[in-house]
Design a protein around this ligand. Structure first.
Ligand code: ADP
Ligand code: MG
Length: 257
């Protein structure tokens, strides 16, 4: 894919980038041990996260925003234990879920957008007014009173993204954000990410969106298989996928023959 080159600003003009450090993390989800001794330091402004389905990308994000706690090991945000933190954690890390319906709570767009502001201590009326102003700035004034249920999946995802921009946590986690966006929506999100002052960590199967990042982490069965410049890590991942596909086709051919 080449229609989406990564926009040029790879984290320029950022506020201080947080340092998120995982040490010897073990994470159990149901019967599955997702991570067993995971060490990872995330301290770049833009980081891509790639890997097959089931590799552990969402689990990592859930750990980083406090939805999962490690069975052992530590997750530190600028040296502070993320899982011991109280409400301030919402100012540290915010996540956009893969499925907006797992995330959206309120019936209208403005109420949903106001939520993050209220969590930061703003009164409800002021938060709603700011949400409306924010929508208007983006040419989306008519969305304010729209029922969430009247929006398409991609539009609901855009609402989640706008809510995160408004809440402005220091680190933003985007879990496969491009999956249900149309092409203009993908381009808009890519531009928004490039312009965001926060640290942004994005998981995706659309490698073109992270290939230009200075850092991409490839997760494979709960382990870091490669970690480095996006060009190199994406190329290594594509080569591995190609050889897996070849092997599977060869096996099927052998079996059929
Ligand atoms: N709610 C859950 N309960 C038990 N196991 C889960 C749950 N969610 C995910 N898993 C398992 O955790 C592993 C990692 O999944 P996940 O983090 O969702 O991967 P990815 O986001 O890379 O597709 C997989 O083996 C998956 O089956
Ligand atoms: Mg996932």
């Amino acid at each position: 894919m080449s229609e989406f080159s990564t926009p040029p600003s790879d984290g320029l003009g950022l506020a201080a980038v947080p340092r998120i450090a995982l040490a010897a993390v073990r994470l159990q989800r149901g019967q599955t041990t997702v991570f067993d001794g995971l060490d990872l330091c995330l301290d770049q402004p833009r980081i891509g996260l790639i890997g097959h389905n089931g590799a552990g990308k969402t689990s990592l994000f859930r750990l980083l925003c406090g939805l999962e706690a490690p069975a052992s090991g530590s997750v530190l945000f600028d040296g502070q234990d993320l899982h011991q933190a109280g409400r301030e954690r919402m100012r540290w890390v915010g996540m956009m879920f893969q499925n907006p319906d797992d995330q959206i709570i309120f019936p209208t767009v403005e109420e949903e957008l106001a939520l993050g502001l209220q969590a930061r201590g703003q009164a409800k009326r002021a938060a709603k007014a700011q949400a409306r102003e924010f929508l208007a700035q983006r040419g989306l004034a008519p969305w304010a009173e729209r029922a969430i249920s009247s929006l398409s999946q991609g539009q609901r995802q855009m609402v989640c993204w706008l809510a995160l921009l408004l809440a402005a946590p220091r680190c933003v986690l985007l879990d496969e954000p491009y999956a249900s966006l149309d092409l203009p929506g993908q381009a808009q999100l890519a531009d928004d990410i490039a312009a965001a002052p926060q640290q942004v960590i994005v998981s995706t199967h659309v490698l073109a969106h992270v290939r230009g990042y200075a850092r991409v982490v490839w997760i494979d069965q709960g382990r870091v298989r490669a970690d480095g410049p996006g060009e190199q890590v994406c190329a290594a991942y594509e080569a591995a996928v190609a050889s897996e596909v070849d092997a599977r086709r060869a096996a099927r051919h052998l079996y059929a023959g």
